[in-house]
Design a protein around this ligand. Sequence first.
Ligand SMILES: Cc1cc2nc3c(=O)[nH]c(=O)nc-3n(C[C@H](O)[C@H](O)[C@H](O)COP(=O)(O)OP(=O)(O)OC[C@H]3O[C@@H](n4cnc5c(N)ncnc54)[C@H](O)[C@@H]3O)c2cc1C
Length: 285
Amino acid sequence: MIPAKFDYVRPGSLDEAVSALAGGGDDAKVIAGGQSLLPLLRLRLAYPELLVDVGGLDELRGVTDAGDALVIGARTTHHQLIRDPLVAEHCGLLAQAAATVADPAIRHRGTLGGSLAHADPAGDLPAVALAYGAEMVVAGAGGRRTVPAADFFRDYLATAIGAQEVLVEVRVPKLGAGWGFHYEKFQRTSQAWALVGVAALVRRSNGSIAEARVGLTNMGSTPVRAARTEQLLAGGDATASAVAAAAEHAADGSNPSTDLHAAADYRRHLARVLTRRAVAAAAGI
Ligand SMILES: Cc1cc2nc3c(=O)[nH]c(=O)nc-3n(C[C@H](O)[C@H](O)[C@H](O)COP(=O)(O)OP(=O)(O)OC[C@H]3O[C@@H](n4cnc5c(N)ncnc54)[C@H](O)[C@@H]3O)c2cc1C
């Protein structure tokens, strides 16, 4: 289908983008890689009157080392995340999950910021951002503000980004030595969206699991942490049986949907199985 008519601007700076959004009011929308927004426009599920294209803003692109965190520009593509040496060294889980997004063509256009701002429950990178405890920096007419991942994802396709704000960068804390990671994704076919995904970060110490963080994809309207599993793992043995026992609680408190592809109970089952696999792989068991 052909999208509804809209105006289009391609600002040359972040300040211009923020001004354009302010001028467009609630009917303006940012477009980055277009890989999620364009299908919505074509289906007329979204019909903004103004598109503000941040695709020319190099200040929103790239990865820098800020000491205790990596600062990743919102316009950094999935492909760049997979190839970036700083991401590989400090945020390997992000690169591993980005490599599971769709296909190479989409990974060359789609951006980290677009994935987080779109907040699709089946998107792979929101659960990773949640597991890392990343922070999102957004800019609007009143300046910049920082939103922790735990407060960023509000509901289905809804985030803390205001209608006239731009997501500028994502700060991912460096976890330091001793952490292992793994992203486990179950999909109907190769390159499809996740029925369920599990982002695991595990710190081992002297044969035990000192700390674990587990983010779940598609187990509710937003990404969630498997809090009970994390509690059971912390301080426990780094053995297959201890991990399996903790993973049995991965779906506790979650609220997955039933759709054409999977019933909620099946998603709960997947969460338990995938969490066992992801945590064991992250812990090197
Ligand atoms: C066939 C297909 C398969 C896919 N499979 C997967 C998959 O398996 N896993 C997965 O995670 N994703 C998947 N995707 C989505 C893909 O990852 C997109 O790249 C991503 O969701 C959006 O990034 P984008 O830059 O294209 O955002 P856009 O489409 O440009 O924008 C998406 C939304 O984010 C907003 N936005 C974008 N950037 C900003 C910003 N800087 N500030 C404020 N708001 C912003 C837009 O206003 C819009 O609402 C798939 C997409 C397609 C078409």
